[in-house]
Design a protein around this ligand. Structure first.
Ligand SMILES: Nc1ncnc2c1ncn2[C@@H]1O[C@H](COP(=O)(O)OP(=O)(O)OP(=O)(O)O)[C@@H](O)[C@H]1O
Ligand SMILES: [Mg+2]
Length: 661
């Protein structure tokens, strides 16, 4: 199926090309690994713990051999002639000359001590994510569990220390990525935000980022441990039974290639299934978020059933996708177990034959089967390596996509000084991503110290023009200058330190009025707050409230009137004290008297500042120092009200006359 069609189905409009080539997947992996640099100390401590924990399990087959030969079959121990690796001889010398029951007592005590310190080691091929927890079949659960990824392959006291260390490191890694993503998401351009659904963003931050640490472990610690464990195992096996059964090593090597041969063709599919699985999950979150967000509209239009149906569809689709990835996981695990136990069956036949032929003892049988099991499990681990990594790659791709999405701007590292003189807009054109041209050939000078009004019919491009100033939109061509700074060289953060945008929709929090005001400037003094409230005309009604500025607002500020919310929003904007302040329809909900007062006060406060007011009402506009009349995305008139009214065929004059009719 066409990739973009898949994602359109899940209402993704930005992140469309989700399929990765093998090379791109490798690059993703490389990029993930760089994050280890941020947790170096943790990482190397963890490495030390993990490396040591590889050793105890290697003793198990030899302990089994002693139990069978010396305890059960009661043969005398001859540590120099019965197939013990020379490295273990010092450990075994205390057993020399002991009776079978004494050997049993010694071995059991040793095992108990090891059990307390190292516990039972999980098989090497077991997934790192599953430390002590079921994997879970949906990405949300998997992500929760991924936060304790790479726990410890031992238990016991050693494992406990390692686990607590690892969880801290895992969470820090995931957090680093999550914060980076969040920072980008909060700076997305408006055009992107129009298309980017909130549910999807939540999904990426909450459920996709935690899969980064998995990559870090799987590419560093896991292979190291697998290779070290396997190499030691091979050394022990070769140095003892190499001459008797050289086939065992070949079977393990063959096992690695067999599993790779079966699973490598599945990696592309694994990546795609995991991508769509995640996209479907995000889509369910979107649907839920939007239904709840618009709950009053849904209820007022009697659309509850329809919304429930929409959610039910998204949810079903998401579960269906989960099933696909779960089936693939199950298939891969089937391949794993069949290959491992198939090879163990072959090894069983080979080893038993030697025991029947008296070339090996029964104890040798236990030791060899034990070693071969570990070896084949490690071999399977290596074979499954790449295919199992695809789930993590699919998730981090979704995170890196948005981290990269806006990083193309802002290369200039010098901080921008506060703008003193003017904004210059030169030959600016702007088209929305869908191709609609909203602004053409804009050339304007906006001096600081003035109130400038943008006027024009609905859909003319007023908001689009104003959005260029805080960098919510970036010109398709042309350039904007803040004094001598080119905006195209500047980061969004830099630009927004100069510009405050007061939206027409008032975004107030359900906190006190004062807290809402402080949002813009946490260090503002009471005097500054008073001043801002006075300029915005908010002081009159605030003083009449029983708790004054400490009055708590309801959800989204719903316990005060629209006009009051508007004035608090304006006061909040003023408090930020940026040189450029844009007010979108600031007087729409005000009566003419309050409106006139507000405009007069803004004019009074415009020293060193530029107020850009988007307005419909003439009364707001008349008092402005400069009026920009825009129609069909073009600037048709610029000047003061009086100047423009003198132009006989001026578009502004025509517009005013129409309004006055
Ligand atoms: N996200 C978008 N994608 C595509 N086209 C858009 C988008 N937003 C706005 N437009 C189009 O750009 C043009 C200018 O819109 P803009 O919002 O700037 O108008 P406006 O002058 O602010 O109108 P109003 O007075 O109604 O607020 C319109 O034709 C609108 O349909
Ligand atoms: Mg508008």
């Amino acid at each position: 199926m066409d990739q973009s069609a898949i994602n359109n189905k899940f209402d993704d409009r930005i992140d469309l090309v989700t399929d990765l080539t093998g090379l791109e997947a490798l690059k993703m992996v490389g990029r993930s690994l760089l994050f280890i640099g941020r947790v170096k100390l943790f990482f190397f401590t963890k490495l030390f713990f993990a490396l040591i924990s590889v050793l105890p399990p290697l003793l198990v087959p030899w302990i089994l051999k002693i139990i069978v030969d010396q305890v059960v079959l009661q043969q005398p121990i001859d540590i120099y002639s019965t197939n013990f690796p020379s490295i273990l001889i010092p450990l075994l010398t205390p057993l020399d000359g002991l009776t079978p029951s004494e050997v049993m007592f010694a071995v059991t005590s040793f095992m108990l001590i090891m059990l307390v310190i190292f516990g039972l080691r999980a098989p090497a091929a077991q997934q790192a994510e599953t430390w002590g927890m079921p994997v879970g079949y949906d990405p949300a659960t998997q992500s929760e569990q991924a936060l304790s990824a790479g726990g410890s392959e031992t238990s016991g006291l050693w494992g406990l220390i390692e686990l607590s260390l690892t969880i801290k490191m895992t969470q820090r890694l995931a957090n680093e990525l999550r914060i980076q993503l969040m920072e980008r998401l909060t700076r997305l351009e408006m055009t992107t935000l129009d298309d980017q659904r909130i549910g999807d963003s939540i999904y990426r931050v909450m459920y996709d980022s935690p899969l980064l640490p998995g990559i870090c472990y799987r590419l560093t610690l896991e292979p190291l441990l697998l290779i070290l464990g396997t190499a030691l195992n091979i050394y022990l096996m070769q140095s003892t039974y190499g001459g008797v059964l050289p086939e065992l090593l070949k079977i393990s090597l063959f096992l690695i290639f067999l599993i790779l041969f079966i699973t490598i063709p599945l990696t592309g599919l694994a990546r795609r299934l995991n991508q769509t699985n995640r996209a479907a999950g995000a889509s369910t979150t979107n649907t839920m978020e939007e239904s709840i967000e618009n709950i009053s509209v849904v209820q007022s239009l009697g659309g509850s059933d329809k919304e429930t149906e929409r959610f039910s569809k998204a949810s079903e689709e998401s579960y269906r996708r989960h099933r696909h990835t779960a089936l693939l996981d199950a298939f891969i695990s089937l391949v794993n177990y069949t290959c491992v136990f198939g090879s163990i069956a072959i090894a069983f036949v080979l080893i038993t034959n030697k025991v029947i032929g008296d070339e090996l003892t029964v104890g040798d049988y236990s030791a060899l089967i034990g070693m071969f099991y570990m070896l084949s499990a490690s071999a399977a681990g290596l074979g499954l390596y790449w295919v199992e990594l695809q789930k993590n790659i699919a998730a981090v791709r979704r995170v890196f996509f948005f981290i990269d999405y806006t990083s193309e701007y802002g290369h200039d590292d010098n901080r921008m000084d506060r703008i003193q003189n003017e904004i210059k807009i030169r030959d600016v054109n702007f088209s929305y991503p869908d191709g609609r041209t909203a602004l053409s050939e804009i050339n304007l000078d906006l001096p600081i110290g003035q109130v400038t009004a943008i006027v024009g019919p609905t859909g003319a491009g007023k908001t689009s023009l104003a959005y260029l100033l805080p960098g919510y939109l970036r010109p398709s061509s042309g350039e904007i200058w803040f004094d001598d700074y080119k905006l195209s060289d500047r980061s969004v953060k830099d630009i927004r330190e100069q510009v405050t945008y007061v939206f027409q929709e008032h975004m107030l929090l359900s906190d006190s009025i004062k807290e809402n005001l402080l949002l813009a400037c946490p260090d503002a003094t009471d005097e500054e707050i008073d001043d801002a409230c006075k300029t915005a005309g908010a002081d009159e009604f605030i003083n009449k409230l029983p708790n004054g500025i400490h009055t708590k607002l309801g959800k989204a500020g719903n316990t005060i009137s629209v006009g009051q919310k508007q004035r608090i929003s304006i006061a909040r904007g003023l408090l930020r004290n940026t040189p450029i302040i844009i007010l979108d329809e600031p007087t729409a909900a005000l009566d003419p008297k309050t409106e006139n007062k507000l405009i007069a006060r803004l004019k009074g406060a415009s020293k060193g500042k530029l107020f850009v007011i988007i307005a419909h009402r003439l009364s707001t506009v008349k008092a402005a120092d400069q009026i920009i009349f825009i129609e069909n995305g073009k600037i048709e008139d610029v000047g003061s009200h009086d100047e423009l009214m003198l132009k006989k065929n001026g578009r502004y004059r025509h517009f005013v006359n129409l309004q006055n009719q």
